[in-house]
Ligand binder design. Structure first.
Ligand code: MG
Length: 203
């Protein structure tokens, strides 16, 4: 199982981090040890002083494929949830400044909490999926899949040119604007459409 994450997929978020607009999807990966089951507390890592939440729609890959045609891509994912792509922003900025890979800022243990998956066909608005996150009871991020720069199908086609997708893999599809810091004691509640999927605390 692998976790693939798309970066810079919402225009307003690209601008808030002062990044360049991508011309094709960019991705990185988190290992299986990054998974944090829904509801379990997130242990604040001792190597960072600036951990950011990034609330994202997460796809479940249901079929193995390589070099998937964009027109066929919708056959390769069937379910969706919401997760957090936790990011050690201070470490990421240091890596960027040195031109180094970001792995230590993105791939660390428990950096990928996610909820239970819902069949996309059973959603109220599968063509424009709403999601969001409340931090300590206040909305911090609210997104819609229609605002993605690269669609789910484009992402599947692009990633599978380079990396075979296997059944059981996950793809984090990028964060909308509003990323920010978490602190010990915070509680995050994640929403898919109008349903509260799960909540967890920072310990
Ligand atoms: Mg992200």
């Amino acid at each position: 199982m692998k976790i693939i994450c798309i970066g810079r997929n919402y225009l307003a978020h690209v601008k808030e981090l002062d990044n360049a607009l991508p011309t094709e999807p960019m991705f990185f990966m988190k290992p299986e040890t990054a998974l944090l089951p829904a509801g379990e507390p997130f242990p604040y890592p001792d190597f960072s002083k600036e951990v950011n939440y990034e609330t994202e729609l997460v796809l479940h890959i249901c079929k193995t494929g390589k070099a998937i045609d964009e027109k066929m891509a919708s056959e390769y994912y069937d379910a969706i949830t919401v997760g957090i792509d936790f990011t050690a922003r201070d470490l990421q900025n240091q890596c960027k400044a040195k031109g180094h890979p970001w792995e230590i800022a993105k791939a660390f243990d428990s950096s990928a909490p996610m909820g239970s998956f819902k069949k996309i066909s059973g959603l109220k608005h599968p063509e424009d999926i709403a999601f969001g996150m409340k931090l300590n009871g206040e909305w911090r991020q609210q997104g819609h899949s229609r605002d993605m720069i690269f669609s789910f199908d484009r992402i599947i086609a692009h990633v599978s040119r380079f990396v075979t997708l296997n059944e059981g893999d996950f793809i984090f599809t990028g964060t909308p604007q509003g990323v920010g810091e978490v602190h010990v004691g915070d509680t995050l509640e994640l929403f898919l459409e109008d349903e509260s999927l799960f909540s967890f605390c920072i310990k």
